[in-house]
Design a protein around this ligand. Structure first.
Ligand code: CDP
Length: 210
């Protein structure tokens, strides 16, 4: 069983993805960490995240352990991640890693949940269930702002909102694998939904197709 979850930043993909994975006994992969890890390695080596050759070279050396660094969750890594994610050779370099995770989930799981921007359209177009999770920009910026505060990271709401709008635009307008819903995706707007209600709506959609 493969579940593909796509959508813009802070729409609730991660929370939903983890809960679905636990519920169905599936492995879970947050594919945003892949692009964040590439950006972070580049920053450690003083490389420009917009340099296509350098980014692709780093992408080719990526390993599963690279995704475990807690520093990847920061908002600076997110901006640089969206820059490297727009480079076609970077996306090509990490495609097999993601497909392999879906085809051979770790820990003997009977399937996988992958969340990102292009899972239902490019990485796993044959996924059993596709969800496109979204929410108003203001609701998403408020969630990210609170998340940062809970982690003890000082930030300014207006700046979080501006960065998110910039990242959404870059992710949606890039030429390769832009952020768009797959035509067969279930659209889940979480603007007015708590995590429990979003989970219930996703379960209902999946049950309606089994
Ligand atoms: O957690 P958040 O939703 O803010 O971001 P993320 O999922 O960690 O993704 C960070 C960036 O990686 C995004 O803004 C995208 O540019 C890129 N990304 C992508 O292009 N394709 C994916 N499948 C996942 C993430």
């Amino acid at each position: 069983m493969i579940i593909a979850i796509d959508g813009p930043a802070a729409a609730g993909k991660g929370t939903l993805g983890r809960r679905l994975a636990e519920h169905f006994g599936l492995a879970y992969l947050d594919t945003g960490l892949i692009y964040r890890a590439i950006a972070s390695k580049m920053s450690q080596r003083d490389l420009d995240p917009a340099d296509p050759e350098a980014a692709a070279a780093v992408a080719r050396t990526l390993s599963a352990e690279d995704l475990e660094d807690p520093a990847l969750r920061g908002d600076e890594a997110a901006q640089a991640a969206s820059q490297v994610a727009a480079i076609p050779d970077v996306r090509a370099a990490v495609l097999d890693f993601q497909r392999d995770f879906a085809a051979h989930p770790p820990g003997g799981a009977r399937g996988a949940v992958l969340d990102g921007r292009d899972i239902g359209t490019v990485v796993c177009p044959g996924a059993d269930h596709k969800l496109f999770v979204t929410a108003d920009l203001e609701a998403r910026a408020t969630r990210r702002f609170q998340e940062l505060r809970e982690r003890g990271v000082e930030s300014i709401y207006a700046r979080v909102l501006e960065d998110m709008a910039e990242r959404d635009a870059r992710d949606s307008q890039r030429e390769v694998a832009p952020l768009v819903p797959a035509i067969d995706a279930f659209m889940l707007d979480t603007t007015e939904l708590e995590a429990d209600a979003a989970f219930a709506a996703a379960l209902k959609f999946i049950a309606s197709r089994c």
